[in-house]
Write a protein of this length. Structure first.
Length: 153
């Protein structure tokens, strides 16, 4: 495993749409392991592959000391709303309040290509939506007024 460099807002790669994973092989496993190590070192909640300059539809999240590896996700259902603080490893030192669904159902694959369906609520739903947005080049600041860090906490 190795630490990967997290790119920041100035890097245009963050705004690109990630490509689906086609091969569930050692190269993917290495990426996932590196992303987990990078996430742990950065003390973040989630990390999308695009944040380490890899345009693959992959993210990892850590909620309640449990790690989830999410590959080629599709959010199939959203319910309710919640509003709360968000930050991003690619926009260090900043936070603002963002509205997200309170409950989401996501279908994805694990590192071996096995399909998984997960329903998440509250904080985990927020984390999934935040990382899912990264895969389409969307940042949390895009959900704020004018796409800026207005209302910064």
């Amino acid at each position: 495993m190795a630490l990967r460099k997290i790119i920041t807002l100035e890097n245009e790669t963050l705004r690109k749409v990630s490509k689906p994973v086609k091969f569930f092989d050692e190269s993917l496993w290495e990426l996932l392991d590196d992303m987990k190590e990078t996430l742990i070192k950065s003390t973040g909640v989630g990390l999308a592959a695009v944040q380490v300059a890899v345009l693959k539809r992959v993210f990892v999240i850590s909620v309640n000391n449990t790690y989830f590896e999410v590959i080629n996700p599709t959010i199939t259902k959203k319910e309710g709303t919640q509003r709360g603080p968000e930050g991003c490893l690619s926009i260090p030192g900043k936070q603002c309040s963002v509205t997200r669904p309170n409950k989401v159902t996501v279908e994805f694959f694990d590192r071996f290509g096995n399909p998984i369906t997960l329903t998440a609520t509250e904080f985990m739903a927020r984390a999934i939506c935040h990382e899912y947005d990264h895969l389409d080049g969307i940042l949390y600041i895009d959900h704020t007024k004018g796409g800026k860090l207005e209302g910064q906490l």
